[in-house]
Design a binder for this molecule. Structure first.
Ligand code: SF4
Length: 291
């Protein structure tokens, strides 16, 4: 029986209950997802170490100790170094936490009318000026790494249940919280030919793209989010009591720009073959649940 739900799993539960079953309850992960998680975890750690005063190169060395490059794709150890170098060149420095303790914090929140406590992890609460004439404000910062950004990524991130959760939690302690700042590192392969490089910045040539999306939430949006969570947890009770987690196929199978790691499992119609396939997945290493 679940004792809590993690904030990052609310969107997963909504996207596909079967994927929630495989990744959260059975702790399975595909190879591609595992390398994305490693990359994101290292990126978070680099920022955390720099915020703690560790010099940039040392932070990268420490955060990538034992890092194994994926067999394909751009999420390599080298890209992490190029990424943080370009990031600091672009913004001048990493984001400044409001206090030494306001970095990499765990939280647990119990909300009225919601059956399970919600646990989560906040990367940083930092000062940032959104250039909206309000000066420096307090933001919950979420570092995101991705190799795929859809054309409507701003709207998609703005509807994230995870970010609404961060805002709700942060607002309880910081009445002056402005919102959630999504700090995005979009990773691509980069370009190597003179023709491809023409007219591009050094960041673009190296396949490092940065965006900052500030999201301010209204009271209405947060109340709606609380109703959403209560509703999803009622669904979860139902799945658990019937021991059946429906597939949201085919709509969810290609969500986030690539095929779900469990597509082969779900497309098999034989229970024994499914079990055999699932046995080839690796268990998610503890503490690697990057949020
Ligand atoms: S393949 Fe599709 S149905 Fe199966 S777990 Fe993934 S998203 Fe859900």
């Amino acid at each position: 029986m679940l004792k809590f739900i993690r904030s990052s799993h609310l969107d997963l539960l909504s996207t596909c209950p079967r994927k929630f079953q495989y990744t959260v309850l059975e702790e399975l992960t595909g190879d591609g997802e595992s390398s994305s998680t490693r990359f994101g975890t290292a990126w978070h750690l680099i920022h955390h170490l720099i915020r703690q005063g560790v010099p940039l190169h040392d932070a990268w060395t420490k955060a990538t100790d034992g890092y194994i490059d994926p067999p394909k794709g751009a999420k390599t150890k080298e890209k992490l170094l190029k990424g943080i170098e370009h990031y600091v060149r672009r913004y001048g420095h990493t984001l400044e936490p409001i206090s030494p303790a306001a970095t990499e914090q765990e939280f647990t929140i119990r909300l009225p009318g919601i059956s399970l406590p919600i646990q989560g992890h906040v990367d940083c609460i930092g000062w940032w000026d959104a250039n909206e004439g309000r000066g420096r404000e307090k933001w919950i910062v979420d570092h995101k790494t991705t190799s795929w950004l859809a054309g409507d990524w701003v709207q998609k991130y703005s509807t994230s249940n995870q970010f609404k959760c961060y805002y709700k939690v942060g607002k309880l302690e910081h009445a002056d919280l402005a919102g959630v700042l999504v700090d995005i590192f979009h990773v691509t392969m980069g370009v190597s030919t003179p023709r491809g490089q023409a007219g591009k910045s050094p960041e673009q040539i190296d396949g490092c793209h940065f965006y900052r999306l500030p999201i301010r939430f209204t009271e209405f949006a947060i109340q709606e989010w609380e109703q959403f969570v209560a509703s999803k947890l009622r669904d979860l009770d139902n799945y658990l009591s019937h021991d059946f987690f429906p597939m949201h196929a085919p709509t969810a199978c290609g969500a986030y720009g690539s095929n779900c790691a469990f597509l082969n499992v779900c497309s098999s119609q034989d229970p024994d073959i499914r079990s055999t396939m699932k046995a080839t997945y690796i268990e998610q290493p503890e503490g690697q649940d990057q949020e």
